[in-house]
Design a protein around this ligand. Structure first.
Ligand code: 5GP
Ligand code: ZN
Length: 111
């Protein structure tokens, strides 16, 4: 996807504060953090959203969640939140699937 901002981050065409990378995934800090720690986990392959996922994506989705837990621990979070916005009506703004992982505030804002 040439006009996808997250694909451009994968290709290093635009900069991001990358905190983890392997063959399958890239993790980088959100440009507008909503908490002390706030990063995004993406597959390097372009998939628009959770709406496009099915059973064939189970392993990828599971790996993304566990990666979030491990990186949250590495960043000093004993607890954290995960969020996946799916589709425009679900508040998604960047249409390359991503999991938000965030936390670190002393006072947890309840949703
Ligand atoms: P969404 O609403 O699609 O779930 O969230 C997209 C997230 O991507 C937002 O939290 C936004 O701050 C973040 N974001 C958008 N563009 C960029 C960018 O160029 N770099 C980084 N690091 N984050 C971005
Ligand atoms: Zn993309």
């Amino acid at each position: 996807m040439t006009d996808c901002i997250f694909c451009k981050i994968v290709k290093k065409d635009i900069p991001a504060k990358i905190i983890y990378e392997d063959e399958e995934f890239l993790v980088f800090n959100d440009i507008k953090p909503i908490d002390k720690v706030h990063f995004l986990i993406i597959p390097k392959t372009h998939i628009e959203s959770l709406l496009e996922c099915d059973e064939t994506n189970l392993e990828m989705l599971g790996k993304m969640l566990l990666l979030g837990k491990n990186l949250a621990h590495q960043h000093g979070l004993r607890g954290f939140r995960t969020m996946i916005n799916s589709g425009a009506e679900g508040g998604q703004e960047v249409f390359h699937i991503h999991i938000h992982v965030y936390g670190g505030s002393e006072k947890l804002a309840k949703i």
